[in-house]
Design a protein around this ligand. Structure first.
Ligand SMILES: Cc1ncc(COP(=O)(O)O)c(C=O)c1O
Length: 399
């Protein structure tokens, strides 16, 4: 057996990607699988952005760029941060990376060490705990129960912070719950963090524009004092239907951004040059297509909430207010069986639904919620209708 690096050996494949992979295999085998597993908009990248990429290709913009991204891109991101978030950043306080994922991983690796603790309000996106562990630090899950709308309780946060706490990751709108912090709720959390000067705050804004009850407030607008220890994470992936282009960024204090850029320079280099030109257009051009996508997501969200609530054993007390996920509680189904196979947790329910309904979902297990299932509605109304009809039929087989 090959002796792998200790931290890599302990690394699990990304759960969301694993389910997608299995669904793709089944589709390749001719099975009509409907995927409610995808973490990406089903829309095509807007034409104006593709055109900018074609122009870049035609002009031969296919060489290495500065490691942290073209200055022109970082300036476009700075203007975006001002326009959309009311935040002031200079180009040298921004690093562009291969997706928000790489930007987050590089900053986490740059900031944290063995012995450090990073608080993850849970359910949390599957990659954060892995990134923290890879840095040698320890993720500390802080449960945000469904009864509180999956939102963090400021007094619990205050109690959880200790001398080893060095960071916290906030993600609103959230993957996988669709929860969005209101201004008062976020301000209360910001006040707790203001009084914990050793704690770095990650504001993961990748779903910022996909909201159904008004814009999501930004922690730095509510508590500007946190700026000297806040990292803003974002990417073109979800906002502009550009997941495959792999272009995201981190913005924060110069020293940390410089460290993350050095790391990137050693382990990967600049994000793809053509994607950078596409992202410049995404951030700088007309923004109308976002609203069109969000309105479509809203229709689907409304449908999905209704269909989930009609499923026996599924509960969805909170209407998701952002992103494109619903995160129903499936605990009522646990313990039931089909053909001698027991539904022990969301993982086995997800497998059951894939086999019996040919619908791909993501179990809540890896998000820290083994009694919930993540259903993505980044697929057509027609597919959603079909998927819920199939799920309803399959659930009848459980007893
Ligand atoms: C909460 C959250 N943060 C960050 C990302 C990173 O996305 P990307 O690397 O495509 O920018 C994702 C993608 O699924 C996400 O769900």
């Amino acid at each position: 057996m090959v002796k792998l690096n200790r931290r890599i050996a302990a690394l699990k494949p990304s759960a969301t990607m694993a389910v997608e992979g299995r669904a793709i295999e089944m589709k390749a085998a001719g099975i009509d699988v409907i995927s409610l597993a995808a973490g990406e908009p089903d829309f095509d990248t807007p034409e104006r952005i593709k055109e900018a990429a074609r122009r870049a290709l035609a002009a031969g913009k296919t060489k290495y760029t500065p490691v942290g991204g073209l200055r022109e891109l970082r300036e476009a991101i700075a203007l975006k941060l001002k326009r959309d978030n009311g935040l002031d950043y200079e180009a040298n306080e921004i690093v562009a990376s291969a997706g928000g994922k790489q930007a987050a991983a590089n900053v986490i690796a740059s900031l944290f060490d063995e012995g450090d603790e990073v608080i993850l309000p849970t359910p949390a996106w599957v990659s954060f705990p892995a990134m923290v562990r890879l840095a040698g630090a320890e993720p500390v899950e802080l449960r945000c129960p469904q009864e509180r709308g999956f939102l963090l309780d400021p007094s619990e946060l205050a109690r959880a912070i200790n001398a080893r706490t060095r960071g916290i990751v906030l993600n609103s709108p959230a993957n996988p719950t669709g929860a969005v912090y209101g201004a008062a709720e976020l301000a209360a959390i910001a006040r707790v963090l203001r009084d914990a000067p050793q704690v770095w705050v990650f504001s993961d804004d990748v779903y910022e524009h996909i909201t159904y009850a008004g814009p999501a407030p930004h922690i730095l607008r509510l508590e500007p004092q946190l700026r000297s220890r806040t990292i803003v994470l974002n990417s073109v992936s979800k906002t502009y239907a550009m997941t495959g282009w792999r272009l995201g960024f981190a913005a924060g204090p110069r020293e940390v951004i410089a460290a993350a850029t050095r790391l990137q320079g050693q382990n990967s280099g600049n994000p793809a040059s053509v994607s950078q030109f596409a992202a410049i257009e995404a951030y700088s051009g007309p923004q109308d297509e976002i609203g069109v996508m969000v309105e479509e997501f809203r229709k689907r969200r409304n449908l999905v909430v209704e269909r989930i609530r009609a499923l026996a054993g599924f509960e969805l007390p909170n209407v998701p207010q952002g992103a494109f996920y619903a995160f129903p509680d499936v605990s009522k189904l646990l313990g039931l069986s089909h053909n001698g196979r027991r539904i022990a947790d969301a993982n086995s329910l997800s497998e059951f639904l894939l086999e019996e309904a040919n619908v791909a979902t993501v179990a809540g297990n890896d998000f820290g919620a083994p009694d919930h299932l993540r259903l993505s509605y980044a697929t057509s109304i027609e597919n959603l209708e079909k998927a819920f009809a199939r799920i309803g039929k399959a659930l009848k087989k459980l007893g």
